[in-house]
Design a binder for this molecule. Structure first.
Ligand code: URA
Length: 237
């Protein structure tokens, strides 16, 4: 791949703009300024800098974000800033998208990618990837509430009650719920249907990938490497 094409593929701008960056001496490989864009470069694993900032070539992006409250997951956010504003600007040029959605007031683990096959596989209802939620409730969490989640809760518009894969009381007003589905406002609607109310919601894990092991603070993101992606199950990459 030529250097201008490589930079374009990484979201640094149009081919013309990338050629200008190279021409202006803003691109370094192995600490050396590269001013020619036409020679071929081995893209895989290439480390380079643009405006002095280090990057590594990635054919696709697989990211984890600790979503803060008051950010929307849609690409065209309307009432709150979008989660993509928390990421480097050039990722937007790569058609990066959230994998599924969290409500604007839900915090926690959110995956993002520009790999359509991965997004599709991760979002497929057939995959049954468990997602772990920690809900703070308005009313106390009781054994009966936990049992309702385990037995199944009937939601309007659903043909049959939906049961959590697992549920447990964390403390007087917090319940952990593991769901395999990703229905609209599912946790909040299940809590309301069970006679309680969700005061705050956080997603702590997707499959075996946990926010705690990623060590991300609210608003922080990281790349997901092969071993972390493997924890998500058998999504195609
Ligand atoms: N369930 C909800 O109610 N909201 C979310 O954001 C995720 C799951």
């Amino acid at each position: 791949m030529t250097l201008d094409k490589l930079l374009q593929s990484q979201g640094f701008g149009t081919r013309k703009y990338c050629r200008q960056l190279i021409h202006d001496g803003e691109v370094c490989i192995n600490g050396e300024v590269v001013t020619g864009f036409a020679h071929h470069i081995e893209a895989a694993g290439l480390a380079f800098t643009v405006h002095g900032e280090p990057w590594v070539y990635r054919e696709h992006l697989y990211l984890a974000l600790h979503k803060p409250s008051n950010f929307e997951c849609s690409r065209k956010a309307s009432h709150h800033p979008g989660v993509l504003t928390l990421l480097p600007e050039q990722f937007l040029w790569r058609d990066l998208q959230p994998v599924g959605r969290l409500d604007h007031d839900t915090t926690g683990l959110l995956l993002l990618s520009d790999d359509g096959a991965f997004i599709h596989a991760q979002s497929s209802p057939k995959r049954h990837v468990p997602k772990v939620y920690e809900a703070t409730t308005q009313e106390p969490v009781t054994d009966a509430l936990v049992q309702q989640f385990l037995d199944g809760i009937q939601l309007i518009d659903e043909p049959q009650p939906i049961a959590a894969q697992h549920a447990r009381m964390l403390d007087a007003q917090r319940i952990e719920i593991i769901l395999e589905q990703g229905k609209y406002h599912q946790v909040k609607r299940m809590l309301a249907a069970a006679g309680n109310h969700c005061a705050a919601l956080r997603r702590t894990a997707i499959g075996g990938l946990t926010l705690a092991t990623l060590g991300l603070q609210a608003g922080e993101w990281c790349y997901l490497e092969a071993e972390q992606l493997a924890l998500l199950g058998n999504a195609s990459m």
